[in-house]
Ligand binder design. Structure first.
Ligand code: TYD
Ligand code: MG
Length: 471
């Protein structure tokens, strides 16, 4: 009989288990992520002679209109941008995973959140395996966030954390980070897939049975996934990402999963000398040239992008120069590289704007990333403006996706975008003609409608760019 295998090989990227070691995980194609781990003990239900398989039936509830509803009163954390991303506050028993690059400000944000909670009389247990208690104390002192209701423990044994929860009965728990926590039941190292999954499951058990809200800090890998197990994402109620360019002071908090609210909401923070400061009106922050007085340089345009339900005005900057060598350079930050390449081809073919002998640089001001295709129009205008060296004549903004035939295609949330542009003091907004028809029931092409003090212009195609009065 073959010897019973007591180790297995688990991919730390996707969690897949293999019988043999392999250089490349066949499931997720990542290299060098397969590590040896001890076989987990078989679950009770499948042990020979166990009674585990004979289970009694479960209690079921009917989704009746007048059934008894559980208490989901949300607790406001007192940080407006954090509450917004959570969907209006923290739900009792919520299991929230906060992840982001190292040094982006996860521990700082959580320290600020627990301080606000402590001020409201909540007892908080902060378990840290990353920093020592004295380091946390020093940071709290520097931020002015010392409070007797915050209890710090340098604990990484998940059973000890559970025992501490039983003894101190906190109203909120922070575990910083889940990759440092371990359970002695499993022989593999902290941070391995089995450890992370098992520890999270143990904490989840406590959170759900005692209605304790739990914050887990999770690391991300170099390609931006939550390090180790994607399995964590399935386990938790909310997954929040804190992101931002290391060189810019702005941090964006994004919900990618939320069982208690909408995803796609963002919160904007600014890293300052005294921690992360919420930026409740980010529109002003991402417009550099459009708030300044005086002449505007060429190559600058703006768009209104939707981040969740929130319209956000952002500035797109472009520079087009003669190519010094044979191969023109295209350098893009904050926008999709391929998308910009398509836009350049469309400009050349449909609008007669020849860029193939030029280097093109395009960026989004403020270190923001835009994924929405409705920013296309503004990108085209910025590049054209730099190519022709003609600055945009006034405070105009542009919304719309550009199709391959140069048409400006309709987009969603036009009303909200127009209102935001008007609120920010813009004089004119160029939108897709189809959206103009839908929004204002007007079928005259390029009709100008005065609304909310802003001129709205419908555009059908970028072929007519020169006749739109942009420059
Ligand atoms: P931290 O919260 O420790 O990051 P993480 O837990 O995500 O690894 O943040 C560390 C960075 O934040 C550090 O590089 C310095 C910066 N920072 C400030 O600029 N101001 C501050 O008040 C604080 C506390 C940190
Ligand atoms: Mg940290």
């Amino acid at each position: 009989m073959a010897k019973k295998q007591n180790t297995r090989f688990v991919c730390s990227n996707c969690g897949a288990a293999h019988l043999k070691w392999q250089g490349k995980c066949p499931d997720c194609n990542s290299w060098g992520s397969v590590n040896e781990e001890a076989m987990p003990a078989p679950s009770l239900g499948f042990r020979k002679g166990s009674e585990g398989l004979k289970a009694s039936s479960s209690k079921v509830i009917s989704l009746d209109a007048d059934c008894e509803l559980p208490d989901v009163s949300r607790f406001s954390l007192g940080i407006s941008e954090l509450d917004r991303v959570l969907g209006g506050g923290l739900v009792p028993g919520a299991f929230v995973l906060l992840s982001g690059d190292p040094g982006i400000g996860k521990s700082t944000l959580l320290l600020q959140a627990v301080y606000e909670a402590a001020k409201k009389g909540q007892k908080v247990l902060y378990c840290s395996g990353e920093e020592s208690a004295s380091q946390i104390l020093l940071r709290a002192k520097r931020l002015g966030h010392l409070h007797p209701n915050i209890y710090v423990a340098n604990e990484t044994n998940v059973d000890a954390i559970n025992a501490t929860i039983k003894e101190y009965a906190p109203d909120m728990l922070v575990v910083d980070s889940i990759q440092t926590v371990f359970t002695p039941d499993i022989p593999s190292a902290p941070g391995s897939v089995t450890q992370v999954r098992e520890c999270a499951a143990k904490l989840l058990d406590v959170a759900k049975s005692t209605n304790l809200p739990v914050w887990l800090v999770g690391h991300v890998t170099k390609d931006g996934n939550i390090a180790g197990p994607r399995v964590l994402e399935h386990l938790v109620d909310c997954v929040l990402y804190l992101e931002g360019e290391p060189n810019s002071g702005y941090r964006i908090l994004r919900a990618v999963k939320n069982r208690f609210g909408s995803t796609g909401e963002i919160g904007v923070f600014e890293m300052s000398g005294d921690g992360l400061r919420a930026v409740p009106d980010p529109g002003i922050q991402f417009l550099e040239h459009f708030n300044a007085q005086g002449p505007r340089p060429s190559g600058i345009s703006t768009t209104v992008t939707m981040e969740g339900t929130r319209p956000l005005l952002v500035e797109i900057q472009s520079l087009v120069t003669k190519t010094a060598f044979g191969n023109p350079r295209r350098v893009v930050t904050g926008l999709d590289n391929n998308r910009v390449a398509i836009l350049l081809a469309v400009m050349e073919k449909r609008a007669g704007l020849y860029v193939s002998l030029n280097d093109v640089y395009a960026t989004v001001a403020g270190g923001l990333k835009i994924v929405e295709p409705s920013a296309d129009f503004a990108v085209v205008v910025a590049i054209a403006s730099s190519l022709l060296d003609r600055p945009i004549a006034g405070r105009y903004t542009f919304v719309g996706e550009i199709g391959l035939s140069g048409e400006v295609r309709g987009c969603a949330h036009v009303g909200a975008r127009i209102s935001e542009a008007a609120k920010m003091g813009f004089e004119r907004i160029y939108i897709p003609e189809a959206s103009l028809k839908r929004e204002f029931n007007s079928d005259r092409s390029g009709k100008v409608t005065e609304t909310k003090g802003i001129e709205v212009i419908g555009v059908r195609s970028i072929a007519s760019l020169d006749r739109l009065g942009i420059w």
